[in-house]
Design a binder for this molecule. Structure first.
Ligand code: CTP
Length: 406
């Protein structure tokens, strides 16, 4: 995703600057060419040398502003060099300048001199963030730039409120999306409903039937769709993953709860992607008290849980797009997936073999074949789940009727 790609990072003066060091380090280790531009304020927190060392490239400050690189002013060369730009942390001061188009330092000049997609990640004290002037600038910027956060939580000034920089890895994923898509917002105005993780069916308060699904594929799909401008609703079964920013989320445990959450959102969804691994059966009886070892049945009577995807397939209107997953083992995985595509009335199904290394439950990567009801068959090699998510969304965007919004 990042190897050989050119990422410019603008750092402005806030305490969250230290978290941007991790963004730079992660990108450089992933093979990206990273150049960092620091404002005077940023250098009060972290030095240019720190960023240059982490990026394995020189870092720029306003002292370089009047220098030329390859015969052109630096802000022009850097603006044209960048394939994607991140500004983090974005301070109230730089936000105001960007909203007005002011250019009084190297970074703000680069912003005016680039065609690259720009991601803004603000961070500041809650009182500052909530100022009407800051909010009115933010309104302007949200329409013009990609943006992430700020989060709500405990701030460096010890208060609790909105103003935290989003987590570095979430920023890195968004940059990955911008590089993969060129920053296009081709899902703007669309509602995407996604399920993720593995449901659990409890026998008693401590034992359940479940599966090892980590939720990574569904979370990657939710992030990718949001990065492309969609309004995303994520229904997730128990997971260790951090809940992503800017996405409406609902947490569930059992298949019944997942069904209820999805059924209530389905009518207004343009695209629904069922990536959750639903435990197919549940114990016939739930015991409210923990069973002692000696009380555990030798044979456990089971009953089926509802097939959520089949019900969605029956309810689906023609303009809605419905996608299922078929996590299979064995050589006949494609035939089994194709059967599910038609039996469950789907538009697409993602067929993947979970009995191969690096593409099973819990892995960061996946390999799959995307099958459509109209006969398309697209092979996706072993890639990060975020990349697979974008490959699938590319197919769905091409299938969406551009004139029909649900
Ligand atoms: N699915 C569902 N509800 C269930 C079981 C599965 O919505 N009770 C969905 C999954 O989320 C997935 C698709 O159906 O998108 C296929 O799931 P899978 O477990 O492969 O298929 P099953 O229909 O359960 O068939 P089988 O287990 O017999 O292979």
């Amino acid at each position: 995703m990042f190897a050989g790609r050119r990422v410019l990072i603008g750092v402005t003066g806030g305490i969250a600057t230290y978290k941007v060091c991790e963004v730079v380090s992660t990108l450089a280790k992933a093979g990206a060419e990273v150049r960092v531009v620091l404002t005077d304020g940023a250098q009060q927190f972290v030095s240019a040398l720190t960023f240059a060392t982490l990026a394995r490239e020189r870092a720029y400050t306003d002292a370089d502003f009047w220098s030329a690189e390859h015969g052109a002013p630096l802000h022009i060369t850097l603006g044209q060099w960048a394939e994607v730009i991140l500004i983090a942390p974005l301070t109230a001061n730089t936000a105001a300048k960007l909203a007005l188009g002011l250019a009084d330092n190297l970074l703000t000049n680069i912003v005016l001199a680039t065609a690259a997609p720009i991601l803004l990640a603000p961070a500041m004290n809650t009182q500052m963030w909530e100022q009407p002037t800051v909010q009115s600038h933010w309104q302007v910027l949200q329409n013009r730039f990609h943006h992430l956060g700020p989060q709500t939580g405990r701030l460096a000034c010890d208060s609790v409120g909105t103003g935290r920089l989003v987590e570095p890895l979430e920023i890195v994923d968004y940059l990955g999306s911008l590089l993969l898509t060129g920053g296009k917002k081709d899902l703007l105005g669309r509602t995407v409903l996604i399920s993720a993780g593995g449901t659990r069916e409890f026998l008693d308060p401590v034992r359940f039937i479940g599966n090892p699904s980590s939720g990574r594929m569904g979370f990657a799909l939710a992030a990718a769709a949001a990065h492309r401008g969609a309004s995303v609703y994520l229904v997730y079964a128990p997971t260790e993953l951090a809940i992503p920013q800017g996405i409406q989320c609902e947490s569930v445990i059992s298949a019944d709860e997942m069904a209820e959450a999805l059924f209530s959102q389905f009518a207004t969804a343009d695209i629904t992607i069922m990536s959750a691994a639903v435990a197919d059966v549940r114990p016939q009886t739930f015991h409210t008290e923990k069973l002692a070892k000696a009380e555990l049945p030798k044979i456990l009577p089971l009953e089926s849980v509802p097939d959520i995807l089949s019900t969605l397939g029956e309810r689906k209107r023609p303009e809605q797009i419905l996608v299922g997953f078929a996590a299979q083992t064995g050589e006949d995985f494609l035939d089994l997936a194709r059967k599910k595509l038609f039996v469950k009335h789907l538009d697409w199904i993602v067929a993947n073999r979970i009995d191969k290394p690096q593409q099973g439950f819990g892995s960061d990567t996946n390999r799959a074949i995307l099958l459509s009801k109209s006969g398309q068959c697209i092979e996706v090699p072993l890639v990060r789940k975020l990349v697979l998510a974008h490959n699938l969304l590319d197919c769905l965007v091409a299938t969406c009727d551009p004139y029909t919004l649900v």
